[in-house]
Design a protein. Structure first.
Length: 638
């Protein structure tokens, strides 16, 4: 007999299970629906963009760097094409370490190249092409091409690199380019954030920065980096899921960097560097009317081409550890006591401040006593009676000891500041230093010991002859000389004269239009000029300027480096780096000045014997177009 109650109970259980399963399926479908809605509608923009990014890659093409040209059209920094072996990680079929080892069996890959490659990989996209070797020769190119089939993802590309055809010549003013460092990338990022453009979106900014492989490190290459760099080219390419390039979608060509036309006369620069030979020092020549810097010498120098693709570690150590300091820009950053070249400016300060008249003089016994201290002149028995003009001509220390004491440090410091001493000139190259213009305020801020902070009257006396706390750059000394030559008109010194657009060839002057005129009386400037003319006729510069065929106002200087504690100076008894510096300043022609210069020859002794001859031959070239005998002639680079 059938139990209907049991059958009904089983049916209920079966229907309940079906209903539960149905609700479960409905819930799953609902979850899927909401998930699809979330992805397809709510997050459509995000994932559509991500999908497009996976399908399309942006590849950068470096822009040719702008040329650097001297005032006469001679190219002194240019680019050259070279073969580079480059790896695109997305296209390779073996681990990169293994790939590099294998490539090393075909082409020599140095430890430096390997390190640079793996450093460049950090943060790079797999579709980016990264150099593993630069500067391949034709034989190396042929060797790789014969085995190219074995290395998918590895190609040879033609790239442009920086070249300095005259090698060491003008290295400190030009500077050099080098591989981008992490610090450089941070600086570039900050630069783009400050001056955004159409390629500086959140998405493209990292790509743009990564595409910049080399930047200027020092000198004009660094100071005018934004102008010289140009604009990167971009290519949009379609890629597979594995990162392989399928086709080119669009592209924009790179725009070359702007060209720099310098105020520098590279032939003059060559002449002066040759005149220094193996000696250390610095020199600056300024065109008085414009502020154009015609020559900017720092010796010894170095070859900037060694830095283009990363300098060899041994060479870097040699340059960096050398006592000669070839990497140090002496013209821009070296500071020196001006010695007796400071005297014409002291005399001018005295006239302007009414501390002296031109004819007012002293009887020089060969020394100046201040309390228990005796300040001695180099002429043991003195120069007899000297007025202001004669004090410049014969370089009378005693005259300026007394003058400084009478004027006081406040009057000296105030006047010298206007002549650019101890001030930034504003030259258009990074790294200029201030030097030291002594004052009561400076001494108090410089020293932490209260016993030393106070300015003593005795401190002022040595200031008068360009010693003591005085410490200035040769650029400042040349600028002060140019201001006197220009009758008190201050022109901002500059190395770059024009910037040329590479497309339109339109040239933009960079010469500052603003000028400042100091309130200096013409008759006082005439007195100083007359005294400086006498230097090269009957004074300390008469031997090197014997027979000169143009009028020149000059002043020799000898700056003490090492205190002799009252002992007589004997160069042969002192180690080389403790010997006196030789200095010289001049402007010519004296009646209508066109050129002003200042130079120092380190540890070379007297200005008249070491520095003035360089100035004479330099001015002979400028004034007479006369090339000195024995100096290698100028040759244009191939």
């Amino acid at each position: 007999m059938v139990n209907h109650q049991d059958s009904f109970s089983s049916l209920e259980k079966y229907q309940s299970r079906i209903q539960t399963a149905l609700w479960f399926v409905m819930a799953c479908l609902l979850i899927l629906f909401f998930r699809f809605f979330w992805l397809q509608v709510v997050k459509h923009t995000k994932y559509s963009t991500a999908s497009e990014s996976n399908r399309i890659a942006i590849i950068t093409t470096p822009s040719p760097r702008g040329l650097i040209i001297d005032r006469n059209g001679i190219v002194i920094a240019r680019n050259f094409p070279s073969y580079s072996l480059e790896i695109t990680p997305a296209g390779t079929t073996m681990p990169l370490e293994q790939l590099v080892d294998s490539l090393n069996s075909v082409l020599k890959i140095s430890t430096k190249d390997r390190q640079n490659f793996f450093r460049s990989l950090q943060g790079a996209k797999k579709t980016e092409s990264i150099a593993i070797r630069n500067f391949l020769n034709n034989e190396e190119v042929a060797r790789f091409m014969s085995r190219r089939y074995a290395y998918p993802g590895v190609e040879i590309q033609v790239r442009y690199f920086r070249e300095y055809p005259y090698q060491e010549l003008g290295a400190h003013l030009l500077g050099y380019t080098g591989r981008v460092s992490q610090k450089d990338r941070e600086k570039l990022l900050a630069e783009l954030e400050e001056s955004p453009d159409d390629l500086s979106s959140d998405e493209l900014r990292p790509i743009k920065i990564k595409g910049i492989q080399h930047v200027g490190k020092i000198g004009l290459e660094q100071s005018y980096e934004k102008d010289l760099r140009g604009t990167l080219g971009f290519s949009e390419v379609e890629i597979t899921a594995g990162g392989r390039v399928v086709r080119n979608l669009s592209s924009s060509a790179p725009i070359p960097g702007s060209n720099l036309s310098l105020a520098i006369d590279i032939k003059l620069q060559h002449l002066m560097e040759q005149l220094y030979a193996k000696r250390r020092g610095a020199a600056v020549v300024i065109e008085v009317a414009t502020g154009d810097i015609l020559s900017f010498v720092s010796m010894p120098t170095y070859n900037p081409n060694a830095f283009i693709d990363g300098i060899d570690a041994d060479l870097w150590k040699k340059l960096n550890d050398s006592l000669e300091k070839p990497l140090f820009n002496r013209a821009l950053r070296g500071t020196y006591p001006p010695g007796s070249t400071f005297k014409p400016f002291m005399a001018l300060a005295a006239l302007e401040g009414k501390f002296r008249t031109p004819e007012q003089g002293i009887s020089d016994p060969g020394y100046f006593k201040f309390g228990s201290t005796t300040f001695r002149d180099d002429a043991v028995n003195g120069h007899g009676f000297v007025n202001m003009r004669q004090s410049i001509t014969v370089s009378c220390d005693t005259y300026y000891y007394k003058l400084a004491n009478d004027m006081g440090i406040n009057a000296i410091s105030s006047f010298m500041k206007d002549l650019s001493f101890g001030q930034l000139t504003g030259i258009d190259i990074n790294g200029e230093v201030r030097g030291i213009l002594p004052s009561k305020e400076w001494k108090k801020a410089y020293y932490s010991d209260p016993k030393i902070q106070k300015w003593n009257d005795g401190d002022t006396i040595s200031i008068g002859i360009g010693q003591g706390y005085n410490s200035y750059t040769i650029l400042q000394l040349a600028q002060a000389t140019a201001i006197v030559a220009n009758r008190g008109v201050v022109m901002k010194p500059h190395l770059v004269k024009m910037i040329e657009d590479p497309i339109t060839h339109q040239k933009t002057l960079t010469v500052p239009s603003e000028t400042t005129r100091l309130n200096i009386k013409k008759e006082n400037l005439d007195v100083i000029t007359e005294g400086m003319i006498g230097v090269n006729i009957s004074g300390t510069g008469r031997v090197p300027f014997s027979g000169v065929r143009y009028s020149v106002a000059g002043k020799t200087g000898t700056a003490q480096v090492f205190s002799l504690a009252g002992k007589q100076y004997n160069a042969s008894a002192i180690s080389e780096f403790k010997r006196d510096h030789a200095l010289y300043i001049a402007f010519a022609p004296a009646d209508k000045p066109k050129y002003a210069l200042a130079l120092v020859v380190e540890n070379a002794g007297f200005g008249a014997t070491a520095a003035a001859p360089i100035a004479r031959q330099t001015l002979d070239y400028l004034m007479l177009n006369q090339w000195p005998e024995g100096v290698p002639a100028w040759k244009t680079a191939p």
